[in-house]
Design a protein around this ligand. Structure first.
Ligand code: S3P
Ligand code: PEP
Length: 429
């Protein structure tokens, strides 16, 4: 794809879309399926490039994984069956694959090497390599294991009680996955609650996980048993169409099977807080994960403040929330969001830079951004995803409101989490 011309100035969006599988849950289904005993069948697996990288890494360790469209079958034979990979494990653009896999590999007595793309090479890894070293893993890498490439020699771990300075599900999950093979009970305490898909899925695989407020604990030596997993639609993907429906006059969009895990629904809270017209129906629970169908209709919106414990519940949605705020009356303030600086791009910088090109009134702060709305008319321009899928999709939705041509550079990044994004968008126009 590379550079593409985006659809602009559309009248309204309407229709029904099936949101593709959740990225976080898809990654975890492969990882837990691979270390469990017995067969795991995953339905509605996300065919995004990040999740395909996770499959590839486990295949390199000899795990039998077969895929038929969105159905993936994993024949797990326990941790013991994972083979020392003869090739480098390439995580591509995926922070989740890298952090969770480093934890899992730390628990087993094999040697492995990990690399990723140019973006991964800039993302901090000490947040996991440091506590994992404390547990006994031998990890080496650039700048004392802060950056990839990394080499990991696992095994013989001891439990730790780790207080994470950041609310990060990748950090928490990495340590918990190592903890399954450590002697004793490993605990992780975070400053705010991050997404808890690992905890929920470990339980679905028959593992005991102790939860007490902001602390999660796992006792080593537990066996996982293969199971069937249905992956709910990714609320982080639905977010692009929730915002599109909320800001494009006369729109109505229905999204089916959206994951509604309370550690992920910050976007719903923000939409309601800003006055959006949103209906939640058909609420149900599958594999310990809540799911619902969502309908969004256009309405007038007002600014809000997003901060503190709300941030981990909507961290990946901040780029699209920034666009939402450009169409709301008044000021929207986003703070306590420094984690945005260490995502696929520095998302404070890229959001502010690219939305400003389209005429938005947005400024960056040390830990977030301030957006002034009043239904800002957007203009055309030449924008860039900088290889960041969420920035690419946010700009494609922004273009729908723009008068004048909008071209997007590096549009191929969108396939990282939502390969059918443009098909869905065009079906609504
Ligand atoms: O655990 C996960 O699946 C994820 C956790 C979040 O990252 P952090 O743990 O770094 O906040 C999120 O941004 C990422 O898209 C997926
Ligand atoms: C930050 C993201 O993913 P990851 O950390 O897995 O690269 C994301 O999907 O927005």
């Amino acid at each position: 794809m590379g550079k593409i011309s985006l659809k602009t100035n559309v009248g309204k969006l309407s229709g029904v879309i099936q949101i593709p599988g959740d990225k976080s849950i898809s990654h975890r289904s492969i990882m837990l399926g691979a270390i469990a005993d017995g067969k795991t069948v995953v339905e509605n697996f996300l065919l995004g490039e990040d999740c395909l990288r996770t499959i590839d890494c486990f295949k390199k360790m000899g795990v039998n994984i077969t895929r038929n469209d969105e159905i993936v079958e994993i024949v797990g034979k326990g941790f013991e069956a994972l083979k020392e990979p003869t090739d480098i494990l390439d995580v591509g653009n995926s922070g989740t694959t890298s952090r969770l896999l480093i934890g899992l590999l730390s628990g087993i007595p094999i040697h492995s090497c990990m690399i990723g793309d140019d973006s991964i090479a800039k993302r901090p890894m000490k947040r996991v390599t440091e506590p994992l070293r404390e547990m006994g893993a031998k990890i080496d890498g650039r700048q004392d294991a802060e950056f990839t490439p990394l080499a990991i020699r696992g095994g013989n771990l001891r439990a730790i009680n780790y207080h994470s300075p950041v609310a990060s599900a990748q950090v928490k999950s990495s340590i918990l996955l190592a903890g399954i093979n450590a002697s004793g009970t490993t605990t992780v305490t975070e400053p705010h609650k991050s997404r808890d898909h690992t905890e929920r899925m470990l339980k679905a695989f028959g593992c005991k996980v102790a939860e007490d407020g902001l602390t999660v604990g796992i006792t080593g030596g537990q066996k996982l048993k293969g199971t069937n997993i249905f992956v709910p639609g990714d609320i982080s993907s639905a977010a692009f169409f929730l915002v599109a429906g909320a800001i494009i006059p006369n729109s109505t969009i229905k999204m089916m099977n959206v994951g509604m895990n309370p550690t992920r629904t910050g976007i719903i809270d923000v939409l309601i807080q800003m006055g959006a017209n949103l209906t939640i129906e058909n609420e149900r629970v599958i594999n310990n994960e809540p799911i619902a169908d969502l309908t969004i209709c256009y309405s007038e919106l007002h600014g809000t403040t997003i901060e503190g414990s709300m941030i981990p519940k909507l961290i990946d949605e901040i780029p699209i929330i920034a666009l939402l705020a450009t169409q709301a009356k008044g000021e929207t303030v986003i703070k306590d969001a420094s984690e945005l600086k260490v995502k696929e791009t520095n998302r404070i910088e890229t959001v502010v830079k690219e939305l400003s090109k389209l005429g938005a009134h947005i400024t960056s702060t040390e830990d977030g951004m301030i957006i002034t709305g009043e239904g800002t008319k957007l203009n055309g321009g030449n924008v860039d995803s900088y290889g960041d899928h969420r920035i690419g999709m946010m700009l494609a939705i922004a273009a729908l409101l723009a008068e004048g041509e909008v071209t997007l550079n590096n549009s191929e990044a969108i396939a990282v989490s939502y390969p059918t994004f443009f098909n869905h968008l065009h079906s609504l126009i």
